[in-house]
Write a protein that binds this ligand. Structure first.
Ligand code: AMP
Length: 193
């Protein structure tokens, strides 16, 4: 099973991805987590990505696509994966289509978590209060930038995947349990497991 979780920062993609991983024995591929690990390890990619991430902007498509392409080739992805935070631009979505084709793999579903901006701001503010801003891009200023970038560069993917008849929207403002149930029923209908 191969899925994309699409949605703005703070929509709950990470939380829902973790639940899907548990239920379906597939791996979660979060480009944000991979980049944060690269920053922490001080790799070339990490050095290039750090400032861009701290500003709430997007790391270049080339870097991201090559990270994902290599990651998908690893053995633990053979049972399937859930992409969390990727693709984030039309160019990334097109590159993903191409690389899946080359690897002879098919995408089963794109699930969009719909959440209003005002709720996202509240959620991130409380995450900052809870964690004391553990993530260096977790501050209100950066969040606003990340939201603007989402609307500008990532939201067009909704139309892109609608055009491929693969998009399923879920109300991401419902309680976590209810969101999971919506996702589970979509997966039961669309994915042959
Ligand atoms: P996230 O944890 O998904 O919110 O990602 C944190 C930051 O990592 C983003 O604000 C971007 O700077 C960068 N990032 C993560 N995924 C991508 C992607 N697919 N394309 C470009 N930049 C990304």
């Amino acid at each position: 099973m191969r899925l994309i979780l699409l949605g703005p920062p703070g929509a709950g993609k990470g939380t829902q991805a973790a639940r899907i991983v548990d239920n379906h024995k597939i791996v979660q591929l979060s480009t944000g987590d991979m980049l944060r690990a690269a920053v922490k390890a001080g790799t070339d990619v990490g050095l290039k990505a750090k400032d861009v991430m701290d500003r709430g902007e997007l790391v270049s498509d080339d870097i991201i696509v090559s990270i994902i392409s290599d990651r998908i080739d690893q053995a633990d992805c053979s049972n399937g994966f859930i992409l969390d935070g990727f693709p984030r631009t039309i160019a990334q979505a097109e590159a993903l289509e191409k690389l899946l084709q080359e690897k002879d793999l098919k995408l089963d579903a794109v699930i969009e978590l719909e959440v209003d901006d005002s709720i996202l701001v509240e959620r991130i503010e409380s995450r900052i209060r809870e964690t004391g801003g553990a993530r260096s891009d977790d501050n209100v200023e950066t969040l606003k930038k990340r939201l603007a970038v989402y609307h500008e560069q990532t939201a067009p993917l909704v139309v892109f995947y609608k055009g491929r008849n693969i998009l399923q929207a879920v109300n991401g403002m419902a309680p976590i349990e209810a969101v999971s149930q919506q996702i589970d029923s979509i997966l039961a209908e669309t994915v042959a497991v």
